[in-house]
Design a protein around this ligand. Sequence first.
Ligand SMILES: *Cc1c(COP(=O)(O)O)cnc(C)c1O
Length: 376
Amino acid sequence: MKVPFLELKPTYDELRDELDAAYHRVMDSGWYLLGNELAAFESEYATYCETEHCIGVANGLDALQLTLRAFDIGPGDEVVVPSHTFIATWLAVTQVGATPVPVEPDLQTYNLDTRLIEASITSRTKAIIPVHLYGQPADMDPIIEIATRHNLVVIEDAAQAQGARYKGRRVGSLGHAAAHSFYPGKNLGAFADGGGITTSDAGLAQRLRSLRNYGSPVKYHYQEPGFNSRLCDLQAAFLRVKLNCLDQWNDRRKQIAKAYHSALSSLASCNSTLALPFVPDWADPVWHLFVVQHPQRDQLQRSLAAKGIGTLIHYPVAIHRSQAYSNFSEFNLPIAEELANTVLSLPISPQLSINQANEVVSVLREVEPALGRAVP
Ligand SMILES: *Cc1c(COP(=O)(O)O)cnc(C)c1O
């Protein structure tokens, strides 16, 4: 049995009738941008995230970048970011002319090690961007406590965690604002690029609505140099259909994660080279990815591939070691580098069957012990 890492076509197959109906509704309406479908999605998604406002934008990177601008963060300012994240978290900071200040993650949760944040704060620090990486909420209480003490803005990067909860509260409602991505592979994915910002700050929401639309709160009246970054009505209509299933689809991810945990924990404990993701008791993660660590990661990936199991690496190069950030290459970020060398994402999605998950487990049980005996 082959198990691909991720297939998107099954998400369309499952909701074909409703998605086709949404397509015809938008096409027949004759209104394709900043229309009723977008407004309806924004309102429904804000409610889902337990916030007052949602502003649809073109993608998750813009959601971060425009939010930084809306807080007037720019050249000369510093923004605390995780050393281990998708590059967009850093890029947004760079795009507004500010400086990313990387802080190392906790090896077990993959999220910001909150004990290390305070040491990285200077008089130029303006914001912290905690990332809810792989679908697991970051430990927000200490982050908000530090931010409050230093008068910093907290912008959640919730791109990988739509629907996750932290101490019972929805991710996206925990900071001053949160950035979401509706990239097709995300837990709530459109069928093209898309993004959104959630916040309960009315003034911020108004500024963001203007910024995404050329800086014009009123058509042809320009308040500031803005951007063209809009979530189109067709994608908003698709997202409304998928939002209805998000909790149910996240539950299926949780079932697969549970199956992986219970089947693999014995393997992990008896040889101690395979490490499973750790979930603190206050976290209700949504398993955007199921990421294990292994010292012979590349060999493990090859052995799995030879038996038909698709995996990916999120991410193979630490950001400060990438060519794009060569000015950071001397930074001492050993945890980010270790993770880049050891993480491996197993297949997980709402459309992955339990049979397929069991196949991943049995192949892993077969190939991993052989690696364990090899010379590292
Ligand atoms: C996907 C992602 C983004 C960027 O979203 P796009 O819609 O691809 O621009 C930002 N941060 C994280 C953590 C992501 O995973």
